[in-house]
Design a protein around this ligand. Sequence first.
Ligand SMILES: Cc1cc2nc3c(=O)[nH]c(=O)nc-3n(C[C@H](O)[C@H](O)[C@H](O)COP(=O)(O)O)c2cc1C
Length: 371
Amino acid sequence: MPASTLFSPFSLRGLQLPNRIVISPMGQYSADESGRATDWHLMHLGHLAMSGSGLMFTEATAVQPQGRISRHDLGIWSDDHVEPMKRVVDFCRTHGGAKLGMQLYHAGRKGSVSVAWEGQKPVSEADGGWKTFSPSAVAHGGRAMPVALDELGIREAIEAFAAAARRADAVGFDTLEIHGAHGYLIHSFLSPFGNHRTDGWGGSRDNRMRFALAVFDAIRAVWPERKPLGMRLSATDWAEGGWSIDDSVELSAKLREHGCDFVTASSGGVTAEQRLKVHPGYQVPFAERIRREAGVATIAVGLITEARQADEILATGKADLVALARGMMFNPRWPWHSAVELGESVFYPKQYDRSHPSMRGGDFLKPVRDR
Ligand SMILES: Cc1cc2nc3c(=O)[nH]c(=O)nc-3n(C[C@H](O)[C@H](O)[C@H](O)COP(=O)(O)O)c2cc1C
């Protein structure tokens, strides 16, 4: 029996996770200009795959070229993306222990900007950017005015998500997270800040939820039955009149009815009017409410940085899994250190066995995993 909940196993459909630690998606802006994975991904995901985490997600990966944030986002809109991504995934499996998930997304009206370290400034079509698409012609902050999607455009976007999922399966991913958060296309449909439509895709909450559910259904229909599928939500817009945690509970319950296996509770990103105070575990209450009231497994994320903090979130039933982003980049061996702190064992590649503190006494013939 594991001493902690953090290092106890967890199953989602046919996927068995050795522990509850998830590496959250982290955009790297390091794909080539056609959206293909590069050596950076080999190194970045490769080293994190051996960190001891139970599950690792790729960064947000675009399902259409116009659905990228920047020219250097990862893409999965073409069969040409499969081989370079498969090289990375095979590498992670050969050397690492984490199960592997892909996050699928469409940036909507937040696309066509420079990379993060150049300030995400709008890039015009003349400078190599592209027209952006959204539920309504409403610009986000200082970004370009998007084109409101027509019925055909909506259908094409939904089909692009499904085609991307088929390719993700061909690559060999174990699970998918649909990016329904942070002001991107799906979230723009959900939130009154992004969706001013008066047709069947806007207006009432049920209408605004239609696109998220249609994307979910289209992917679930092609994604293998044994593989789990989840969605990341911005649980609240943090602004008056916006999408709220009550709305997220409602959507999560519907997603569960449609076969959703997990919801990741993030927040914000759809309006410059958002007002939020960030503190340790600030989004955990959202994961807790969704889990309790919608009856779906949740991933808690956001300033979870300590082993005991993570374990408490899980042990007290606030979430089923915890995800870390910045903490993992800062300390990629976080699961190893947390396992030592909680008296647990965790995946080590055999080449690194001798780094375990218990090996420092010279007893280097006994592998860490047998201790
Ligand atoms: C460099 C960086 C890139 C990120 N890229 C993504 C992304 O591609 N998709 C996503 O859903 N969230 C993304 N996020 C948000 C994280 O996944 C996570 O939700 C957030 O950073 C809060 O967790 P943390 O406090 O552990 O960093 C990114 C965060 C960082 C720091």
